[in-house]
Design a protein. Structure first.
Length: 127
């Protein structure tokens, strides 16, 4: 859970839309206008959201210095080439720049499994 946000956001896998019968759109984190609705039910009760359900867009967090080193800017769209026996190219990867970030690419479990990624995996940024 987290990080703290002004509005409640729920991120699911694209495949979860089929399991849950939802229609979560592919979005950048925080882009919730017109996103999917969902009800969360737990042992202490439930919360109904009229919007806030998304499938998170793949992205790379980096500092300003990292962005300069890679020659990219905040919100730029790049590709990332993953080597290996299940290698592939992730397209439409959003660059997110903030000095609070640590260099890290965020993909969901489905995407990571498709590429055979594990902890410490790496890829090549392609502009």
């Amino acid at each position: 859970m987290g990080p703290y946000r002004k509005f409640t956001q729920v991120e699911i896998l694209a495949g979860d839309n089929y399991k849950l019968g939802t229609q979560a759109p592919l979005r950048e984190s925080g882009d919730l206008e017109g996103s999917g609705a969902i009800e969360l039910i737990g042992p202490q009760g439930s919360v109904s959201l009229s919007q806030g359900l998304i499938v998170a867009q793949r992205h790379i967090h980096m500092t300003v210095a990292d962005a300069q080193d890679f020659g990219v800017e905040d919100e730029e769209i790049v590709k990332v080439k993953i080597p290996g026996t299940r290698g592939l190219v992730f397209e439409h990867v959003v660059i997110r720049v903030d000095d609070k970030f640590v260099l890290d690419m965020h993909v969901d479990t489905e995407e990571g499994n498709a590429a055979g990624l594990g902890i410490g995996a790496w890829g090549e940024l392609v502009k």
